[in-house]
Design a protein around this ligand. Structure first.
Ligand code: 6YU
Length: 510
């Protein structure tokens, strides 16, 4: 009986990214029929964003299904909707375990315009990969004293020791240092951080990789969003409706349409006030960092605010370049740029205005060539990336062209077209994704997940629930982490009204 009454609950989901959509689908499938998604922008998908560029689909946001295997709900959904190619769905592809680092075939270019053989870069790459692996082996439970507090400091310190011990000439040593710097800059992109010095060593192993060789959506990631949205009741999403404030523990219900007193009132920027029993908030951690003071009334409790501030949310952007002809080898999958003038092990740039482009570690090659032609996707993280967003299109094109000419040693090569993402200046995201910053732990994610009002309160429970990528302890920063977090919060409500149905729900490990 309580469950049937629960199905009449008014549930507002803030944000129509994959987390919000996933939560809505789960609730609707269980018979909740008063579900509404309120989305600030004019589109669904949030950080899943595909655009048509020169007749090709390119991903402005999420690129891959990380770990496409049966355990990955995004992979399963994509298979169900027939969105993947045959190869990605094979048993073989699902069983390959590369622990988050696909073995791309590299080409290496130096800042003096030389192409360096893989044989020359491999020893330093292997040293780096060994240290990266070691940095994932510390555990939060370990009581041992850590050698350093951040992943960057750990890798740099160990790499310096190894390089100092080697009996090699200065040129070889400098090359090795440059390789490690480039790989650290690449890791900043993977982790979505300004510097690996900002990433917590003790918690680095908290992120879980799944087996399966990362795959892409031939028709664009947004195809998944379209399929999910089509499975929802028509008009469930209100677009162009930014939420200004969520009033919870609300006693003053001045809404004309409410037949009964509901504990939450969702106030939108356009003035509409939507009464609700429950709100699932799926906005990015970047948005929460900026707006937590005004987004909830009463304000978010101090320990949750502290965790919002503690957790990291950085920027990773892409710069797409199209060429008439490739300057890379036919089998090349990733291009690395090596700066020969960096005097020390570092992954940051000293003067953003002049040297921001030194943070761009290189490019992934868009494959297959029959689909994309000769297109590269450049990757740049951190404050350098945020600075890149502020440049005019002409400035960006000039700098990138100069960079490519310098590294290839070809003074005439010119990209046909240049396109970049600008996630830091997106007012409804403010960055790219979450990382576990120095001094943080999984407890910060658990604090973020905790619904309002807090346990022990006499008020109506589960008024505000927290979903989104940042609330997933094992898979933060990913699409599958976001989807699982949306499902988790939906299941929290389902089990609230029918406790025996979902006894295991509601762990932030989901
Ligand atoms: C993945 C990948 N990938 C590249 C780049 C980016 C991200 N990710 P959303 O933000 O989507 O939705 C919230 C909605 O709320 C949104 O629509 C807003 O408009 C709305 N909103 C905000 N404020 C509002 C308000 N006031 N009122 C109403 N609405 C409001 N993930 O799996 N594969 O290849 C990449 C990548 C450039 C930017 C990615 C990738 C991250 C995902 O895109 C992201 O997690 C989810 O889409 C988030 O969904 P959501 O619903 O939670 O929020 C060891 C260790 C290291 C850890 N990292 C390793 C993994 C590496 C991660 N990924 C790599 C990168 C790439 C390339």
């Amino acid at each position: 009986m309580a469950f049937l009454q629960g199905l009449d609950s008014h549930i507002v989901i803030v944000g129509c990214g994959i987390s919000g959509l996933g939560a809505a689908m789960r609730l609707v499938q269980h018979g909740f029929h008063k579900v509404r998604i309120v989305e600030a922008t004019g589109r669904a998908g949030g950080r899943i964003k595909t655009t048509l560029w020169g007749g090709k689909f390119v991903e402005i946001g999420a690129n891959w299904i990380h770990g496409p295997c049966q355990e990955n709900p995004v992979f399963r959904l994509a298979c169900d909707y027939h969105l993947l190619d045959e190869k990605s769905m094979t048993e073989e592809n699902q069983s390959i375990d590369v622990e988050g680092h696909p073995p791309f075939v590299p080409n290496w270019f130096t800042s003096s315009g030389q192409k360096v053989s893989v044989g020359m870069t491999e020893p330093a790459s292997m040293l780096y990969m060994k240290l990266l692996q070691e940095s994932q082996e510390f555990s939060v439970e370990d009581q041992e004293v850590l050698p350093t507090s951040s992943v960057g400091e750990f890798i740099k310190c160990k790499a310096k020791q190894a390089l100092d011990e080697e009996q090699v000439d200065k040129t070889t040593k400098d090359l090795k240092q440059a390789v490690i710097n480039t790989l650290l800059k690449a890791e900043c992109c993977v982790s979505g951080t300004h510097s690996m010095d900002d990433v917590c060593l003790r918690a680095f192993g908290m992120y879980k990789t799944l087996p399966g060789l990362d795959c892409t959506f031939p028709g664009g990631y947004e195809g998944l969003i379209r399929c999910m949205a089509q499975d929802l009741p028509k008009d469930i999403v209100s677009y162009n409706k930014p939420v200004k404030c969520i009033h919870w523990n609300c006693t003053d219900q001045n809404s004309s349409s409410s037949e009964k007193r509901l504990p939450v009132l969702v106030e939108c920027e356009d003035g509409e006030k939507i009464p609700a029993d429950h709100v699932i908030l799926t906005v990015s951690l970047g948005f929460l960092k900026r707006n937590h003071k005004t987004l909830l009334n009463p304000e978010i409790p101090p320990h949750k605010v502290q965790s919002i501030q503690n957790l990291g949310f950085g920027t990773n952007n892409k710069i797409f370049l199209e060429f008439e002809e490739p300057f890379w080898d036919p089998d090349c999958e990733i291009i690395f740029f090596l700066w020969e003038d960096e005097p020390e092990l570092t992954d940051v740039v000293s003067n953003l205005d002049i040297f921001w482009m030194k943070k761009l570690f290189g490019f992934t090659v868009m494959t297959p060539a029959e689909r994309y032609g000769h297109v590269l996707c450049g990757w740049i993280a951190g404050h350098e990336s945020e600075h890149m967003e502020t440049l005019s299109q002409v400035e960006l094109e000039c700098t990138i062209t100069r960079l490519i000419r310098r590294f290839t040693g070809n003074p005439t090569i010119t990209p046909k077209r240049v396109l970049r993402s600008q996630w830091y200046h997106d007012p409804y995201t403010y960055g790219s994704y979450t990382y576990i910053a120095k001094g943080c732990s999984g407890q910060d994610i658990d604090n973020l997940v905790e619904p309002l009002p807090l346990k022990g309160s006499q008020s109506k429970p589960l008024q505000v629930l927290f979903g989104g990528e940042a609330t997933n302890r094992s898979f933060f920063s990913t699409v599958h982490g976001a989807l699982l977090a949306g499902w988790r919060e939906a299941e929290r409500l389902i089990s609230h009204y029918a406790p025996s149905t979902f006894p295991e729900a509601c762990s932030s490990k989901l």
